[in-house]
Ligand binder design. Structure first.
Ligand SMILES: *Cc1c(COP(=O)(O)O)cnc(C)c1O
Length: 424
Protein backbone atom coordinates (compact mmCIF):
# COMPACT_ATOMS: atom_id res chain seq x y z
CA UNK A 1 0.00 0.00 0.00
CA UNK A 2 1.30 3.45 -0.81
CA UNK A 3 0.31 6.09 1.71
CA UNK A 4 -0.63 8.60 -1.00
CA UNK A 5 -3.23 6.17 -2.34
CA UNK A 6 -4.98 4.66 0.65
CA UNK A 7 -8.03 3.84 -1.48
CA UNK A 8 -7.09 1.63 -4.41
CA UNK A 9 -8.26 -1.41 -6.38
CA UNK A 10 -7.17 -4.98 -5.75
CA UNK A 11 -8.54 -7.64 -8.09
CA UNK A 12 -11.31 -5.29 -9.15
CA UNK A 13 -12.45 -4.33 -5.63
CA UNK A 14 -11.92 -1.01 -3.87
CA UNK A 15 -9.75 -1.25 -0.77
CA UNK A 16 -9.15 1.12 2.12
CA UNK A 17 -5.52 0.42 3.00
CA UNK A 18 -5.52 -3.39 3.35
CA UNK A 19 -9.23 -3.85 3.97
CA UNK A 20 -11.85 -4.45 1.29
CA UNK A 21 -14.61 -1.84 1.26
CA UNK A 22 -17.12 -4.62 0.48
CA UNK A 23 -16.06 -6.34 3.70
CA UNK A 24 -16.37 -3.08 5.67
CA UNK A 25 -19.89 -2.51 4.34
CA UNK A 26 -20.90 -6.06 5.20
CA UNK A 27 -19.52 -5.82 8.72
CA UNK A 28 -20.69 -2.31 9.64
CA UNK A 29 -23.55 -1.64 7.25
CA UNK A 30 -24.12 1.40 5.05
CA UNK A 31 -24.00 4.35 4.79
CA UNK A 32 -20.52 4.17 6.30
CA UNK A 33 -17.73 6.71 6.58
CA UNK A 34 -14.29 5.13 6.17
CA UNK A 35 -11.07 6.94 7.07
CA UNK A 36 -7.47 5.91 6.46
CA UNK A 37 -5.03 6.44 9.29
CA UNK A 38 -2.06 6.42 6.91
CA UNK A 39 -3.67 9.09 4.74
CA UNK A 40 -4.40 11.34 7.71
CA UNK A 41 -0.86 11.01 8.98
CA UNK A 42 0.79 11.56 5.64
CA UNK A 43 -1.31 14.65 4.93
CA UNK A 44 -0.45 16.05 8.35
CA UNK A 45 3.23 15.32 7.77
CA UNK A 46 3.17 16.98 4.37
CA UNK A 47 2.37 20.28 6.12
CA UNK A 48 4.68 19.67 9.05
CA UNK A 49 7.61 18.84 6.78
CA UNK A 50 6.89 21.66 4.33
CA UNK A 51 7.35 24.22 7.12
CA UNK A 52 10.14 22.30 8.89
CA UNK A 53 12.76 25.06 8.55
CA UNK A 54 10.57 27.56 10.40
CA UNK A 55 9.28 27.44 13.95
CA UNK A 56 5.73 26.32 13.22
CA UNK A 57 2.62 24.61 14.47
CA UNK A 58 0.07 22.80 12.32
CA UNK A 59 -3.35 23.19 13.97
CA UNK A 60 -5.84 20.83 12.29
CA UNK A 61 -9.19 22.59 11.83
CA UNK A 62 -11.42 20.33 13.92
CA UNK A 63 -14.60 21.45 12.19
CA UNK A 64 -13.51 19.51 9.09
CA UNK A 65 -13.62 16.17 10.96
CA UNK A 66 -14.09 15.96 14.70
CA UNK A 67 -14.26 12.20 15.19
CA UNK A 68 -12.31 11.34 18.35
CA UNK A 69 -10.22 8.61 16.72
CA UNK A 70 -9.31 10.99 13.88
CA UNK A 71 -8.29 13.71 16.35
CA UNK A 72 -6.35 11.15 18.39
CA UNK A 73 -4.49 9.98 15.28
CA UNK A 74 -3.49 13.55 14.50
CA UNK A 75 -2.64 14.37 18.12
CA UNK A 76 -0.29 11.37 18.20
CA UNK A 77 1.32 12.62 15.00
CA UNK A 78 2.03 15.91 16.80
CA UNK A 79 -0.78 18.09 15.47
CA UNK A 80 -2.20 21.12 17.21
CA UNK A 81 -5.88 21.98 16.73
CA UNK A 82 -8.00 24.90 15.56
CA UNK A 83 -11.36 24.83 17.36
CA UNK A 84 -14.50 26.92 16.97
CA UNK A 85 -16.59 25.84 19.97
CA UNK A 86 -16.52 24.50 23.51
CA UNK A 87 -17.71 21.21 22.06
CA UNK A 88 -14.67 20.97 19.82
CA UNK A 89 -12.48 21.86 22.80
CA UNK A 90 -13.95 18.94 24.76
CA UNK A 91 -13.34 16.62 21.80
CA UNK A 92 -9.69 17.63 21.42
CA UNK A 93 -9.07 17.16 25.14
CA UNK A 94 -10.86 13.79 25.11
CA UNK A 95 -8.70 12.72 22.16
CA UNK A 96 -5.50 13.56 24.05
CA UNK A 97 -4.64 16.79 22.22
CA UNK A 98 -2.14 19.13 23.86
CA UNK A 99 -4.04 22.19 25.17
CA UNK A 100 -1.04 24.42 24.45
CA UNK A 101 -1.43 23.54 20.76
CA UNK A 102 -5.05 24.70 20.56
CA UNK A 103 -6.17 27.93 18.90
CA UNK A 104 -9.77 29.04 19.41
CA UNK A 105 -11.31 30.67 16.31
CA UNK A 106 -14.83 31.81 15.51
CA UNK A 107 -16.91 34.97 15.68
CA UNK A 108 -19.27 34.04 18.48
CA UNK A 109 -17.38 32.56 21.42
CA UNK A 110 -19.59 32.43 24.50
CA UNK A 111 -18.34 33.32 27.97
CA UNK A 112 -18.60 29.69 29.17
CA UNK A 113 -16.60 28.55 26.15
CA UNK A 114 -13.91 31.13 26.90
CA UNK A 115 -13.83 30.03 30.53
CA UNK A 116 -13.46 26.36 29.60
CA UNK A 117 -10.64 27.18 27.18
CA UNK A 118 -8.86 29.29 29.82
CA UNK A 119 -9.19 26.46 32.34
CA UNK A 120 -7.75 24.03 29.80
CA UNK A 121 -4.79 26.34 29.14
CA UNK A 122 -5.15 26.72 25.38
CA UNK A 123 -2.39 28.34 23.32
CA UNK A 124 -4.27 31.24 21.71
CA UNK A 125 -7.67 32.88 21.30
CA UNK A 126 -8.15 34.32 17.83
CA UNK A 127 -10.33 37.36 18.48
CA UNK A 128 -12.70 38.75 15.86
CA UNK A 129 -14.29 41.86 17.39
CA UNK A 130 -13.94 44.57 20.07
CA UNK A 131 -16.88 43.16 22.00
CA UNK A 132 -15.28 39.73 22.06
CA UNK A 133 -11.95 41.21 23.19
CA UNK A 134 -13.74 42.89 26.03
CA UNK A 135 -15.58 39.76 27.14
CA UNK A 136 -12.42 37.66 27.05
CA UNK A 137 -10.57 40.26 29.13
CA UNK A 138 -13.30 40.25 31.77
CA UNK A 139 -13.62 36.45 31.76
CA UNK A 140 -9.87 36.01 32.23
CA UNK A 141 -9.63 38.67 34.96
CA UNK A 142 -12.47 37.01 36.89
CA UNK A 143 -10.27 33.94 36.98
CA UNK A 144 -7.13 35.90 37.83
CA UNK A 145 -5.73 34.84 34.47
CA UNK A 146 -4.35 36.45 31.37
CA UNK A 147 -5.62 35.07 28.04
CA UNK A 148 -3.18 34.64 25.13
CA UNK A 149 -4.67 36.46 22.14
CA UNK A 150 -4.20 37.13 18.46
CA UNK A 151 -6.51 39.33 16.45
CA UNK A 152 -7.93 37.80 13.32
CA UNK A 153 -7.80 40.45 10.66
CA UNK A 154 -9.66 40.48 7.41
CA UNK A 155 -7.14 41.16 4.66
CA UNK A 156 -9.90 41.89 2.09
CA UNK A 157 -8.53 39.64 -0.63
CA UNK A 158 -10.70 37.66 -3.01
CA UNK A 159 -9.91 33.97 -2.54
CA UNK A 160 -11.71 33.09 -5.82
CA UNK A 161 -13.61 30.24 -4.22
CA UNK A 162 -17.30 29.41 -3.68
CA UNK A 163 -18.97 32.46 -2.07
CA UNK A 164 -20.19 30.37 0.88
CA UNK A 165 -16.60 29.48 1.79
CA UNK A 166 -14.93 32.83 1.11
CA UNK A 167 -14.21 34.55 4.43
CA UNK A 168 -11.58 37.19 3.73
CA UNK A 169 -13.58 39.82 1.85
CA UNK A 170 -14.51 43.17 3.39
CA UNK A 171 -18.22 42.26 3.47
CA UNK A 172 -17.54 38.99 5.33
CA UNK A 173 -18.69 38.51 8.93
CA UNK A 174 -15.21 37.23 9.82
CA UNK A 175 -12.25 39.14 11.19
CA UNK A 176 -11.36 42.75 11.96
CA UNK A 177 -10.59 45.30 9.23
CA UNK A 178 -6.83 45.78 8.91
CA UNK A 179 -7.26 49.53 9.34
CA UNK A 180 -8.86 48.99 12.76
CA UNK A 181 -6.23 46.53 13.99
CA UNK A 182 -3.54 48.91 15.36
CA UNK A 183 -5.99 50.67 17.70
CA UNK A 184 -7.42 47.36 18.83
CA UNK A 185 -3.98 45.95 19.57
CA UNK A 186 -3.20 49.09 21.60
CA UNK A 187 -6.44 48.50 23.49
CA UNK A 188 -5.64 44.81 24.05
CA UNK A 189 -2.24 45.69 25.49
CA UNK A 190 -3.91 47.88 28.11
CA UNK A 191 -6.08 45.02 29.31
CA UNK A 192 -4.68 43.05 32.27
CA UNK A 193 -6.75 40.01 31.28
CA UNK A 194 -5.12 39.77 27.86
CA UNK A 195 -1.66 38.88 26.67
CA UNK A 196 -1.02 39.65 23.01
CA UNK A 197 0.87 36.82 21.32
CA UNK A 198 0.01 36.85 17.65
CA UNK A 199 -1.70 38.04 14.51
CA UNK A 200 -4.07 35.82 12.52
CA UNK A 201 -6.04 35.58 9.29
CA UNK A 202 -7.97 32.96 7.33
CA UNK A 203 -9.28 33.90 3.92
CA UNK A 204 -11.46 31.02 2.78
CA UNK A 205 -11.62 27.37 1.87
CA UNK A 206 -10.85 25.14 -1.11
CA UNK A 207 -8.39 27.67 -2.55
CA UNK A 208 -6.71 26.34 -5.67
CA UNK A 209 -4.46 29.28 -6.40
CA UNK A 210 -1.56 30.53 -4.25
CA UNK A 211 -1.92 34.19 -5.20
CA UNK A 212 -4.66 35.02 -2.64
CA UNK A 213 -2.57 33.41 0.11
CA UNK A 214 0.41 35.51 -0.87
CA UNK A 215 -1.67 38.69 -1.15
CA UNK A 216 -3.10 38.06 2.31
CA UNK A 217 0.35 37.37 3.71
CA UNK A 218 1.69 40.62 2.23
CA UNK A 219 -1.06 42.55 4.00
CA UNK A 220 -0.49 40.62 7.21
CA UNK A 221 3.25 41.32 7.10
CA UNK A 222 2.76 45.00 6.47
CA UNK A 223 0.46 45.14 9.49
CA UNK A 224 2.84 43.03 11.61
CA UNK A 225 5.66 45.51 10.89
CA UNK A 226 3.44 48.41 11.87
CA UNK A 227 2.37 46.64 15.08
CA UNK A 228 5.94 45.77 16.03
CA UNK A 229 6.95 49.40 15.50
CA UNK A 230 4.09 50.26 17.83
CA UNK A 231 5.61 47.92 20.45
CA UNK A 232 3.17 45.01 20.08
CA UNK A 233 4.99 41.84 21.18
CA UNK A 234 4.03 39.44 18.39
CA UNK A 235 5.34 35.89 18.73
CA UNK A 236 3.49 34.21 15.89
CA UNK A 237 1.65 34.72 12.63
CA UNK A 238 -1.35 32.47 12.00
CA UNK A 239 -1.86 32.17 8.26
CA UNK A 240 -5.09 30.14 8.56
CA UNK A 241 -6.17 27.16 6.51
CA UNK A 242 -7.96 26.92 3.19
CA UNK A 243 -5.60 25.05 0.90
CA UNK A 244 -7.76 23.22 -1.62
CA UNK A 245 -7.87 19.54 -2.48
CA UNK A 246 -8.53 17.47 -5.56
CA UNK A 247 -12.11 16.22 -5.76
CA UNK A 248 -12.15 15.78 -9.52
CA UNK A 249 -10.01 17.64 -12.03
CA UNK A 250 -8.81 20.40 -9.71
CA UNK A 251 -5.05 20.85 -9.50
CA UNK A 252 -4.47 22.21 -6.01
CA UNK A 253 -0.98 23.28 -4.99
CA UNK A 254 0.72 20.77 -2.69
CA UNK A 255 1.51 21.76 0.90
CA UNK A 256 5.15 21.88 -0.27
CA UNK A 257 4.35 24.36 -3.06
CA UNK A 258 2.21 26.41 -0.67
CA UNK A 259 5.07 26.52 1.84
CA UNK A 260 7.65 27.29 -0.84
CA UNK A 261 5.66 30.33 -1.94
CA UNK A 262 5.19 31.74 1.56
CA UNK A 263 8.35 30.65 3.38
CA UNK A 264 10.81 33.31 2.21
CA UNK A 265 8.57 36.10 3.46
CA UNK A 266 7.68 34.25 6.66
CA UNK A 267 11.32 33.43 7.45
CA UNK A 268 12.28 37.09 7.18
CA UNK A 269 9.95 37.94 10.09
CA UNK A 270 11.58 35.59 12.61
CA UNK A 271 8.07 34.88 13.92
CA UNK A 272 6.63 31.41 14.47
CA UNK A 273 4.05 30.30 11.91
CA UNK A 274 0.70 28.75 12.76
CA UNK A 275 -1.31 26.92 10.10
CA UNK A 276 -4.94 25.80 10.27
CA UNK A 277 -5.49 23.26 7.47
CA UNK A 278 -8.67 21.19 7.68
CA UNK A 279 -9.82 19.97 4.30
CA UNK A 280 -6.28 19.45 2.98
CA UNK A 281 -5.58 16.99 5.80
CA UNK A 282 -8.85 15.10 5.99
CA UNK A 283 -10.83 15.27 2.72
CA UNK A 284 -9.02 12.62 0.76
CA UNK A 285 -8.41 10.48 3.82
CA UNK A 286 -12.06 9.49 3.82
CA UNK A 287 -14.89 8.13 1.72
CA UNK A 288 -18.56 7.40 2.18
CA UNK A 289 -19.82 3.92 1.31
CA UNK A 290 -23.42 3.69 0.21
CA UNK A 291 -25.51 0.90 -1.27
CA UNK A 292 -27.89 1.17 -4.22
CA UNK A 293 -31.46 0.56 -3.07
CA UNK A 294 -33.21 0.90 -6.42
CA UNK A 295 -32.58 1.84 -10.00
CA UNK A 296 -35.28 3.95 -11.56
CA UNK A 297 -35.57 5.37 -15.05
CA UNK A 298 -37.77 8.24 -16.13
CA UNK A 299 -38.00 9.58 -19.66
CA UNK A 300 -35.42 12.23 -18.79
CA UNK A 301 -33.09 10.60 -16.29
CA UNK A 302 -31.69 7.41 -14.82
CA UNK A 303 -31.68 7.46 -11.06
CA UNK A 304 -29.74 5.32 -8.65
CA UNK A 305 -31.49 5.67 -5.31
CA UNK A 306 -28.91 4.93 -2.65
CA UNK A 307 -29.05 4.59 1.13
CA UNK A 308 -26.95 7.73 1.80
CA UNK A 309 -28.57 11.13 1.47
CA UNK A 310 -28.00 14.84 1.90
CA UNK A 311 -28.37 14.39 5.67
CA UNK A 312 -25.30 12.10 5.60
CA UNK A 313 -23.21 14.13 3.12
CA UNK A 314 -24.42 17.67 2.61
CA UNK A 315 -21.74 19.19 0.37
CA UNK A 316 -23.33 18.31 -3.00
CA UNK A 317 -26.72 19.73 -1.93
CA UNK A 318 -25.28 22.73 -0.09
CA UNK A 319 -22.51 23.90 -2.43
CA UNK A 320 -23.32 21.91 -5.55
CA UNK A 321 -19.97 20.28 -4.76
CA UNK A 322 -18.70 17.55 -7.09
CA UNK A 323 -17.28 14.45 -5.44
CA UNK A 324 -16.17 11.39 -7.36
CA UNK A 325 -18.50 8.39 -7.08
CA UNK A 326 -17.12 4.98 -7.96
CA UNK A 327 -18.44 1.45 -7.84
CA UNK A 328 -16.65 -0.59 -5.19
CA UNK A 329 -16.85 -3.68 -7.42
CA UNK A 330 -17.44 -2.40 -10.96
CA UNK A 331 -19.13 -4.66 -13.51
CA UNK A 332 -16.54 -3.72 -16.07
CA UNK A 333 -17.39 -4.76 -19.57
CA UNK A 334 -20.41 -6.80 -18.41
CA UNK A 335 -23.00 -4.04 -18.23
CA UNK A 336 -23.60 -0.95 -20.26
CA UNK A 337 -22.70 2.37 -18.64
CA UNK A 338 -25.56 4.82 -18.29
CA UNK A 339 -25.61 8.35 -16.92
CA UNK A 340 -27.03 8.19 -13.41
CA UNK A 341 -28.17 10.78 -10.93
CA UNK A 342 -27.14 9.34 -7.57
CA UNK A 343 -29.86 10.41 -5.15
CA UNK A 344 -30.84 9.66 -1.56
CA UNK A 345 -34.15 8.80 0.09
CA UNK A 346 -34.66 12.26 1.64
CA UNK A 347 -37.75 14.14 0.51
CA UNK A 348 -36.02 17.11 -1.15
CA UNK A 349 -35.24 17.67 -4.81
CA UNK A 350 -31.85 18.92 -3.69
CA UNK A 351 -31.05 15.53 -2.20
CA UNK A 352 -28.33 14.21 -4.48
CA UNK A 353 -24.76 12.99 -4.13
CA UNK A 354 -23.88 13.31 -7.80
CA UNK A 355 -25.52 13.98 -11.15
CA UNK A 356 -25.07 12.50 -14.60
CA UNK A 357 -22.40 10.02 -13.57
CA UNK A 358 -21.39 7.35 -16.07
CA UNK A 359 -21.74 4.04 -14.20
CA UNK A 360 -22.82 0.47 -14.88
CA UNK A 361 -25.08 -0.28 -11.95
CA UNK A 362 -27.26 -3.02 -10.52
CA UNK A 363 -29.45 -2.89 -7.44
CA UNK A 364 -27.51 -3.68 -4.25
CA UNK A 365 -24.23 -2.44 -5.73
CA UNK A 366 -21.91 -0.69 -3.32
CA UNK A 367 -20.70 2.80 -4.22
CA UNK A 368 -18.00 4.97 -2.69
CA UNK A 369 -18.16 8.75 -2.61
CA UNK A 370 -14.55 9.94 -2.54
CA UNK A 371 -13.18 13.02 -0.81
CA UNK A 372 -15.63 12.63 2.08
CA UNK A 373 -13.18 12.83 5.00
CA UNK A 374 -13.66 16.59 5.51
CA UNK A 375 -16.98 18.39 5.95
CA UNK A 376 -18.71 15.02 5.65
CA UNK A 377 -19.92 13.39 8.85
CA UNK A 378 -19.52 16.67 10.77
CA UNK A 379 -22.28 18.24 8.68
CA UNK A 380 -24.56 15.20 8.94
CA UNK A 381 -28.01 15.73 10.42
CA UNK A 382 -30.99 13.62 11.41
CA UNK A 383 -33.30 15.18 8.82
CA UNK A 384 -36.11 12.77 7.94
CA UNK A 385 -35.29 10.99 11.25
CA UNK A 386 -32.36 9.24 9.68
CA UNK A 387 -29.71 7.95 12.10
CA UNK A 388 -26.26 9.29 11.26
CA UNK A 389 -23.81 6.79 9.71
CA UNK A 390 -21.12 4.80 11.50
CA UNK A 391 -17.47 5.86 11.10
CA UNK A 392 -14.58 3.42 10.74
CA UNK A 393 -10.85 4.15 10.89
CA UNK A 394 -8.75 1.69 8.92
CA UNK A 395 -5.13 1.11 9.87
CA UNK A 396 -3.34 -1.35 7.59
CA UNK A 397 -5.35 -4.56 7.80
CA UNK A 398 -7.28 -3.47 10.89
CA UNK A 399 -10.57 -1.64 11.13
CA UNK A 400 -11.65 0.28 14.19
CA UNK A 401 -15.28 1.28 14.70
CA UNK A 402 -14.62 4.93 15.55
CA UNK A 403 -18.29 5.77 15.98
CA UNK A 404 -21.23 3.39 16.14
CA UNK A 405 -24.20 3.99 13.87
CA UNK A 406 -26.90 5.99 15.62
CA UNK A 407 -30.00 4.13 16.76
CA UNK A 408 -33.58 5.35 16.71
CA UNK A 409 -33.34 5.42 20.50
CA UNK A 410 -30.41 7.86 20.20
CA UNK A 411 -32.55 10.02 17.96
CA UNK A 412 -35.46 10.25 20.38
CA UNK A 413 -33.33 10.71 23.50
CA UNK A 414 -34.40 13.78 25.43
CA UNK A 415 -37.82 14.05 23.81
CA UNK A 416 -40.91 13.74 25.97
CA UNK A 417 -44.49 12.92 25.18
CA UNK A 418 -47.14 15.17 26.70
CA UNK A 419 -48.62 14.03 30.00
CA UNK A 420 -51.82 11.93 29.80
CA UNK A 421 -54.83 14.15 29.34
CA UNK A 422 -56.27 14.84 32.80
CA UNK A 423 -59.99 14.32 33.60
CA UNK A 424 -60.35 17.67 35.40
C1 LIG B 1 -12.71 26.50 8.39
C2 LIG B 1 -11.50 27.13 8.94
C3 LIG B 1 -10.25 26.56 8.72
C4 LIG B 1 -10.04 25.34 7.87
O1 LIG B 1 -10.35 25.55 6.54
P1 LIG B 1 -9.99 24.44 5.45
O2 LIG B 1 -10.46 25.01 4.19
O3 LIG B 1 -10.71 23.21 5.82
O4 LIG B 1 -8.51 24.26 5.50
C5 LIG B 1 -9.16 27.15 9.30
N1 LIG B 1 -9.29 28.26 10.08
C6 LIG B 1 -10.49 28.83 10.31
C7 LIG B 1 -10.55 30.05 11.14
C8 LIG B 1 -11.62 28.29 9.74
O5 LIG B 1 -12.81 28.88 9.97
Amino acid sequence: MTTDDPFHWRAGVLYAEDVSCEQLAQRFGTPLYVYSRAALESAYRAFDEAFAELPHRVCFAVKANSNLAVLQTLARAGSGFDIVSGGELARVLAAGGDPAGIVFSGVGKAREEMAAALDAGIGCFNIESVAELDLLDRTARDKGMSAPVALRVNPDVDPKTHPYIATGLAQSKFGIAIADAPALYAEAMQRPGLQVVGLACHIGSQLLDLDPFEDALDRLLELAGQLQAQGVPLAHLDIGGGLGVRYGDELPPSPAAYAARLKPKLAATGLAVHLEPGRAIAANAGLLLTRVHYLKASSARNFAIVDAAMNDLLRPALYDAWQEIVAVHPHNGEDEQLLYDIVGPVCESGDFLGKQRPLALRADDLLAVRGAGAYGFVMASNYNTRPRPAEVLVDGGNEHLARARETLEDLMRGEQLLPEAGNG
